[in-house]
Ligand binder design. Structure first.
Ligand code: ASP
Length: 341
């Protein structure tokens, strides 16, 4: 097992900071068995924490309510503020790890962004809940407990940002929200779980080898704004109107979520050429939930100047393209990012 030097060499209790962003883990409904009409992001962090008194047995915990939003309302300004805050916290010797509670709807994006911008080997764990806090068998309290066990564990160092849901430890690059409702929604179908949390112990089985955290070249310390990147979905009858609208509205990059191996319809090809000619980076990913989009497969990237997005889903490819565009503009460099991260 890959064990890096201990954060807290067994001499003292781990110290964690819990950053609360809102979501269903802080949500409430009028009935314990009906979600219709429930509201996300209502309970503040002290209320969420009060449902898990067992956490005091895991670590000394500081809390901060950074935002109180449903995660579909998050934007790149939230991500930048969150990433900067975490980097400051982790640079301090009195913080051994960070746990983030946020809505599950866009949790994949937040965790992958942090995986690329956190400058530390200390554990960063993102969690949430599929059921509001008022539900029968709410999953939030146990998810928060398990996430804290992982963040407090020396074995969790150096593995990149992790998502802990439903007793599983998932790598931020690999995790997908696969189901709209069920508590086992978060999975890593292509590459598998990184580990499991059983009782109070985390068991690791694998780590991703794509670059992350300290190996990443993305430094957001001075970044005030991320470039505008949009997603265009491919389908029978698609036409160039949406891609043109992205370019006209100032997108610096577009992720094309094409059918199958990110095929692009003949109807869209002229718009792709025009977008690239006007300096917009275009990355192809698949609208299928799983699989590799390889270079020049189903579309001649070398002829048209597009990049292939590897196994990233459209939302994650958008995160990487925003960061890539903070440093690079050439297609070769953007493609290299998709090959590396
Ligand atoms: N339904 C979402 C959740 O599971 C709401 C959100 O993403 O904020 O947290």
């Amino acid at each position: 097992m890959n064990v890096l030097p201990l954060t807290h060499p067994g001499k003292r209790r781990p110290r964690l900071t819990l950053l609360a962003l809102g979501g269903t883990i802080a949500g409430k409904a009028n009935q314990s068995t009906v979600y219709a009409g429930y509201q996300a992001a209502v309970a503040d962090i002290s209320e969420v924490l009060s449902s898990v008194p067992e956490l005091s047995g895991v670590a000394d915990i500081q809390t901060r309510q950074l935002f109180q939003v449903a995660s579909q309302d998050m934007a790149s300004q939230h991500l930048l503020a969150l990433g900067k805050e975490i980097n400051v916290l982790l640079s301090r010797p009195d913080c051994d790890g960070v746990v983030i509670t946020q809505g599950t709807n866009t949790l994949e994006e937040t965790s992958f962004f942090l995986n690329l911008v956190v400058r530390s080997h200390k554990p960063v764990v993102v969690t949430g809940a599929m059921r509001p806090s008022t539900s029968l068998s709410a999953d939030g309290p146990m998810n928060l407990y398990r996430a804290s066990v992982v963040a407090a564990s020396p074995q969790a160092r150096g593995r990149g940002v992790m998502v802990v849901m439903n007793d599983q430890i998932l790598g931020a690059r690999d995790v997908h929200k696969t189901d709209t409702m069920t508590v086992d929604s978060f999975k890593a179908p292509l590459f598998g779980v990184m580990g499991l949390v059983a009782d109070n112990v985390c068991h690791f089985y694998r780590s991703g080898i794509r670059c992350h955290t300290l190996d990443s070249e993305f430094d957001i310390s001075e970044t005030q704004e991320l470039p505008k990147v949009d997603i265009v979905y491919g389908y029978q009858d698609d036409d160039r109107a949406l891609l043109d609208a992205c370019v006209e509205s100032g997108s610096k990059g577009v992720v094309l979520a094409g059918a199958g191996t990110a095929a692009i319809s003949a109807r869209l090809v002229p718009a792709v050429k025009d977008a690239i000619a006007s300096g917009v980076a275009v990355v192809r990913v698949s609208r299928s939930s799983l699989g590799l989009v390889g270079h020049n497969v189903e579309f001649d990237d070398d002829v048209y100047g597009t990049s292939s997005g590897d196994t990233l889903n459209p939302a994650k490819a958008r995160i990487l393209l925003m960061l890539a565009l903070t440093r690079f503009s050439s297609r070769a460099s953007i493609q290299a990012c998709f090959d590396r991260y």
